[in-house]
Design a binder for this molecule. Sequence first.
Ligand code: SF4
Ligand code: FES
Length: 250
Amino acid sequence: MNLTLKIWRQKSPKDQGKMVDYPVSDISEHMSFLEMMDVLNETLIAKGEEPVAFDHDCREGICGMCSMYINGEAHGPDRGVTTCQLHMRKFKDGDTIYIEPFRAKAFPVIKDLSVDRSSFDRIQQAGGYISVNTSGNTQDANAIPIPKDDADLAMDAATCIGCGACVATCKNSSAMLFVGAKVSQYALLPQGQVEASQRVQNMVKQMDDEGFGNCTNTGACEVECPKGISLTNIARLNREFLSAKASSKN
Ligand code: SF4
Ligand code: FES
């Protein structure tokens, strides 16, 4: 395939940035999108030009690093996959492809397609954990019976890879699908109950402090989420938050 790429180039966080056209040729339909970007970068390096900066790590849909907005969609036109799992067979010979960074106030651009998502790390640090007694009297987690439905829902929530597609695709730049998943994975399990009230209040406060917007039930996040995280996690986040607020007033 021969393609025209229109890519966001931005030298630094303060640079204004602009779209730049790049032709690429002899692209195999079996390549992943990131392999196609590698081909472009090898060509640029051979010409002595600056390669396009983009984030990636596992290249198998696990780490959540490969944040690209492709033809107006987070992670591109396929469903239930990250950019590294997107294949060039989704495009046609002669196509023009627009490639931009994930855009949100809380995800400032570092360079080209690479954005700073440390705001997600700070939300996790505010409550996305459980404290475990390691004094030698630790209870075996397998000794606590958990209903199968709850275990399944907690596992589904835990599959969130923190990629940020939900934020990038939301018109409000809301992080509530991400925070909803992180709160739900503990709210559904007995091990998460001890710190439940503080967890949800601290994570929501950090989410607001970072500048993420609020959910208005548009549902775009659920459509673009590569892990199929359900909107019901946002409903659970709201319930957890309201009951934590109510009990902290008593
Ligand atoms: S909820 Fe989905 S889109 Fe949002 S960070 Fe988690 S995996 Fe990514
Ligand atoms: S590079 Fe890890 S999810 Fe894409």
